[in-house]
Design a protein around this ligand. Structure first.
Ligand SMILES: O=c1[nH]c(=O)n([C@H]2C[C@H](O)[C@@H](COP(=O)(O)O)O2)cc1CO
Ligand SMILES: [Zn+2]
Length: 161
């Protein structure tokens, strides 16, 4: 009996929690997504959330979903997974694990595969069955990227900030 705490958070809770916290930075009024990339030694390498690229003012660019592509967020927003990949400047992401609050789209899947991420752990999957989701799963499967649904144990973590 070492007397250590027993209610400490698990690695999965820790990394998905970081992904969720990152999502809270997003200005998207409809869907906030967060991502956290972790090494094989459980070291956090990078984080990201969905937002406009550097220099593209959140107050000037559109957040709406409808209308012409150029008048909607879809033309401009960088997805959380891509931001997490691009934010990492420390070398290779080969063999790493990605925690993400929403299952990645086909464009993110391409980036995930090409940088060598080995596994993704995802929480929400609200676009399951859509063409982007199906194409994403197809590519991730072909590339041998492990896809693990996050199993929440229902624990609520509170932060006073
Ligand atoms: O994998 C993803 N990662 C990601 O960051 N996003 C972002 C892009 C948009 O800002 C938002 C999706 O918006 P909407 O649900 O309103 O279509 O989430 C969307 C996906 C799609 O699965
Ligand atoms: Zn994406």
């Amino acid at each position: 009996m070492s007397g250590k705490r027993t209610d400490y958070i698990s690695w999965d809770e820790y990394f998905m929690g970081i992904a969720q916290l990152s999502a809270m930075r997003s200005k998207d009024p409809n869907t906030q997504v967060g991502a956290c990339i972790v090494s094989q030694e459980n070291k956090i390498l990078s984080m990201g959330y969905n937002g406009f690229p550097k220099g593209c003012d959140d107050d000037e660019y559109p957040w709406n979903r409808e209308g012409d592509l150029c008048d909607s967020k879809y033309a401009y927003v960088t997805h959380s997974e891509l931001n997490a990949i691009l934010n990492y400047r420390g070398g290779s992401l080969e063999g790493t694990k990605l925690y993400v609050t929403l299952f990645p789209c086909n464009e993110c899947a391409k980036a995930i595969i090409q940088v060598g991420i080995a596994e993704l752990v995802y929480a929400d999957d609200k676009y399951n069955g859509t063409p982007a989701n199906l194409a994403s799963r197809r590519m991730l499967t072909s590339a041998g990227v492990k896809m693990t649904p996050y199993r929440s144990n229902g624990r609520i973590l509170e932060l006073k900030v």
